[in-house]
Design a protein. Structure first.
Length: 453
């Protein structure tokens, strides 16, 4: 990658493209190694055209040297130490080896040099040019094509000089050209023009393709980052282009809502340094969020120390209530282990409260065109948030609506935690009284008797 291109790309995009190019060089190396094995085997089993007693045969020596060079290039490619200069040299060597092999034909058959101009082996130059497209850098295609055209021109000149004095060198008759050692200028010019045109077309195609590659890599990195801000299901749909996000889009779904909050976080934040406070939140999120996702939940948003998650809203599922309850049980166990762990380290150990509810929500996009956000809205979201606050008043770590608990049982949930019923509780802002289930301990031994009053 040239310096000007590097300067225009972000560090992450540049590293990703360089990684793709390194992998391309490995592919190129193995293709060429395969070609060396093929031609070596072909040369070994084919009848030799050299007369008996010939001490020097160019083909096996050329293949052997090229095999060593290719092996070195492969080792450097695997180690990530293949410099731009070495790639340039290897591109030139590729074409030079082919031209030397073609030049040696007249020695093998003890014929005038014009013989090698009729060798169909020249067609392999297009393979070497095409191999360079795998790296998505036009300059190496141009180098390979330029060397191919220049190499053939040199061979034509050598044939012209080598053939003088033995017979008329040039002809205008194609039949004479095809049946003798004479040279048809137009035929050799056609070959050079073909090499130059193919090189130019591939180079132009690569210029256009490279722009797409850079944009594609940038988009892929952006999509990966997007998955860290959106629920994985949402990010996957955006990455595949299945949705065209715009404010006002929404769907109604039956879902479970989970609200989580750290107790006393505001007061604690005044006593902790900014670094320690952010470290606390980092630990908190890293312990709890994977559990939510493991149970097919999606984090809707982070509200400081609060987490709002949904089950079955982003991607509909027939077990959203059961998933919610199973997640709550595991979250309680993990939260308690985390609290004890921090306690042994002499660090602040805030308690965690959480609440769950199920019901109809609207899942969709809010905001304006400059800032969009996927979210869930509905009465059940408000109930879950209010229930989480009620856990402090009730003195329990977790509350569930009885409706959510009954639905979870119907969906296959079997409680492992200790549960208690709390009938006809009043919730601020809710007109009617609600039956609740308090989850007072995390998962322990199976409890198949249901909650106790």
């Amino acid at each position: 990658m040239d310096k000007q291109t590097k300067a225009t790309l972000s560090e992450r995009v540049r590293r990703r493209i360089e990684q793709e190019q390194a992998e391309s060089e490995i592919i190129i190396g193995w293709i060429q190694a395969g070609a060396i094995v093929f031609f070596g085997a072909l040369y070994a089993i084919s009848p030799k055209a050299f007369p008996p007693g010939t001490r020097f045969e160019p083909v096996p020596w050329t293949l052997a040297i090229y095999a060593v060079f290719t092996a070195v290039r492969l080792v450097l490619a695997y180690r990530g130490r293949l410099s731009d200069g070495f790639v340039t040299i290897s591109t030139v060597v590729d074409v030079a080896v082919l031209m030397i092999a073609i030049w040696s034909f007249h020695l093998q058959y003890q014929a005038p040099p014009a013989l090698y101009l009729k060798a169909p082996t020249l067609m392999y130059v297009f393979i070497f040019i095409a191999l360079r497209t795998l790296r998505f850098e036009p300059r190496y295609v141009l180098i390979a094509g330029g060397c191919g055209a220049a190499g053939w021109l040199v061979l034509v000149l050598l044939a012209t000089v080598g053939s003088s004095g033995t017979a008329p060198t040039f002809t205008h008759s194609y039949v004479d050209y095809a049946t003798s050692y004479r040279i048809l200028r137009g035929a050799e010019i056609d070959k050079i023009v073909s090499i130059v045109m193919v090189t130019a077309i591939l180079g132009l195609s690569l210029v256009r393709a490279r722009k797409l590659l850079v944009n594609s890599v940038a988009d892929a990195i952006a999509a990966t980052d997007l998955a860290r801000f959106f629920a994985p299901e949402v990010a996957a749909r955006l990455r595949r282009g299945e949705v065209d996000p715009a404010a006002g889009q929404g769907v109604r779904r039956e879902a479970g809502i989970l609200a989580i909050d750290m107790r006393g976080f505001t007061a604690l934040s005044h006593r902790m340094s900014p670094t320690d406070l952010i470290a606390l939140l980092g630990e908190y999120h890293s312990r709890l969020v994977p559990i939510i996702q493991r149970h097919r939940g999606s984090v809707d948003k982070y509200l400081g120390d609060g987490i709002l998650a949904s089950f079955g809203a982003v991607a509909p599922t027939p077990t959203y209530a059961a998933d919610l309850c199973r997640a709550i049980e595991q979250l309680m166990v993990t939260a308690e282990h985390w609290r004890l762990e921090r306690q042994t380290r002499g660090l602040p150990t805030p308690a965690i409260g959480m609440a769950g509810a199920t019901g109809e929500v609207v899942f969709g996009i809010v905001g304006d065109e400059s800032r969009l956000e996927y979210t869930v809205v509905g009465e059940v979201v408000n109930i879950a948030a209010k229930l989480e606050k009620l856990t402090k008043h009730e003195g329990v770590p977790t509350l569930l609506t009885h409706e959510a608990y009954a639905l979870a049982l119907a969906q296959g949930y079997r409680p492992q935690a200790k549960l208690e019923e709390q009938r006809a509780r009043s919730i601020e802002g809710v007109a009617h009284q609600v039956d609740l289930i308090a989850v007072v301990t995390g998962a322990s031994q199976p409890n198949n008797n249901g909650p106790r009053s």
